[in-house]
Design a protein around this ligand. Structure first.
Ligand SMILES: Nc1ncnc2c1ncn2[C@@H]1O[C@H](COP(=O)(O)OP(=O)(O)OP(=O)(O)O)[C@@H](O)[C@H]1O
Ligand SMILES: [Mg+2]
Length: 437
């Protein structure tokens, strides 16, 4: 039932967009003007994917079989498919209302009302599919039905909804998140569905033994043992002041290590300076982003590539731009003009310019609105899917553990627990201390 997973995932994205649009409507009523670029990116997304991909998939593959297998399906499917057919016209009406909103306050209020009407319809539609259609389909469809539907949904060569379309879908969603005002959240409180994970059995890439580090006489790290295998995403969670940042800084060599050892790709790098560690592929996106405000976005990215041969730079920058289109758009502007979420993308992009073999991310979600928090975790997930090895330090323990293969819990400079991300999320101690449950 892979098709249902795909549908539900798309519903989650749409639901977040609906909540975002509701918040935007509130802001419009409070007097803020409509930013056309943001809304256009949302409407493009809805049009290209809901209208051209999501709905046709349901209409062509899922609904017809469901009609065959159940007589009670017809009523709800008739209604849903009528809504599918009207999708395009409703978006057109929204685009017109957006244009009219630029004229005066009345236009703005009308646009806010149109947005609310639209999201109400969208939410009702999603709710009906999730509570009526999907349970019914689970009940009445046969194994052969599912096999055929799944095949159609997962046909990566399909021009309408194959792999390329999905990549485009992600990019458009990213655009929405990048353009959204900081004040607006997606209302997503978790990183989504939790899956049990088996740690990949790859070779050990990083092995830290007995790491200690001090600020004056205060020992911030008290003997850390830590291991990362190639391709793993490892979460480092722990509350304020636990030592996460100190650990990452000591790993990348910018903070002195007073005892212990660090082996990377089989080599003892304990004595190496930070730039030498970076040359070996340990690239750090630091806490608080630390982008250089007066420098342009391009120049910030170039700084991340200072250990790289010149001929890599243009090519790698294009890769970063492909991942973060908003950075490309603003490439010549000072980094200080970017929003917090965009600066975080830049900080990650700058680390990627060093061609990491191990990427260290220190609190990438810190201080971001929920929409952007989600987006940052989507980026981490995408990097993980590309096979990147990642250490993700986060106070946002739930989201970090949900995407990690394994995790370590740090408390006042010591590792108190480690295990698979899933196991840590289910652990009562962790739940009580970090997940607020
Ligand atoms: N520059 C510094 N000088 C002195 N003590 C420091 C310094 N930086 C951190 N510490 C101390 O070291 C300990 C670990 O801090 P660290 O910043 O590594 O924690 P953290 O887990 O990253 O916390 P947060 O979640 O707030 O980022 C804390 O007790 C902190 O007060
Ligand atoms: Mg920190």
């Amino acid at each position: 039932m892979e098709a249902l997973r795909v549908i539900t995932e798309e519903h989650q994205n749409l639901w977040r967009i609906a909540i975002t649009l509701d918040l935007m409507a509130d802001e419009l009523d409070a007097g803020s003007t409509a930013e056309p670029a943001f809304y256009s990116s949302v409407f493009d997304y809805l049009e290209q994917f809901v209208d051209r991909v999501h709905h046709p998939k349901e209409d062509d593959f899922l609904f017809p079989v469901l009609r065959q297998r159940s007589t009670e399906a017809a009523a709800v499917l008739d209604r849903l498919q009528a809504e599918h057919r009207h999708g395009h016209a409703r978006l057109d009406a929204l685009r017109q209302a957006l244009a009219a909103s630029a004229v005066d306050a009345a236009g703005r209020r009308d646009f806010a009302a149109a947005l609310r009407g639209y999201t109400q319809g969208l939410k009702g539609h999603i709710r009906s599919e999730e509570t009526d259609v999907i349970p019914l389909a689970r009940q009445v469809l046969t194994g052969d039905d599912w096999a055929a539907i799944d095949r159609a949904f997962l046909d990566n060569k399909d021009p309408a909804f194959g792999g390329d379309a999905r990549a485009e879908f992600r990019e458009l969603f990213h655009r929405i998140a990048a353009l959204a005002p900081e004040s607006v959240g997606l209302g997503a409180h978790s990183a989504g569905e939790l899956r049990p994970v088996t740690p990949p059995a790859g070779e050990v890439l990083l092995k830290v033994a007995g790491m200690e580090s001090c600020y004056g006489r205060i020992k911030a790290l008290k003997g850390i043992d830590f291991e990362v295998r190639r391709g793993e995403t490892v979460a480092l969670v722990g509350s304020n002041g636990a030592g996460k940042t100190t650990f990452l800084r000591t790993l990348s060599g910018v903070q002195p290590m007073s005892a212990g050892s660090v082996h990377f790709a089989g080599e003892d790098i304990s004595q190496l300076r930070s730039d030498m560690r970076m040359r070996r592929g340990i690239c750090h996106s630091p806490e608080g982003r630390q982008v250089f405000g007066p420098l342009s976005i391009e120049d910030n990215l170039r700084l991340g590539a200072y250990t790289q041969p010149r001929e890599h730079v243009a090519e790698d920058m294009e890769k970063v731009f492909a991942m973060f289109p908003i950075l490309k758009e603003k490439r010549a502007l000072p980094a200080g003009t970017l929003s917090g979420g965009q600066q975080q993308m830049l900080a990650i992009g700058r680390a990627l310019m060093g061609r990491p073999r191990l990427l260290l991310l220190d609190e990438p979600s810190m201080g971001l609105a929920p929409l952007l928090v989600q987006e940052v975790f989507n980026v981490v997930r995408a990097l993980k899917e590309q096979g990147m090895t990642i250490i993700l330090a986060e106070q946002n323990a739930f989201a970090a553990l949900a995407i990690a293969d394994r995790g370590y819990v740090l408390e006042t400079g010591s590792v108190t627990l480690s295990g698979s991300g899933q196991a840590l999320i289910s652990n009562e101690q962790v739940r009580a201390a970090y997940l607020g449950m």
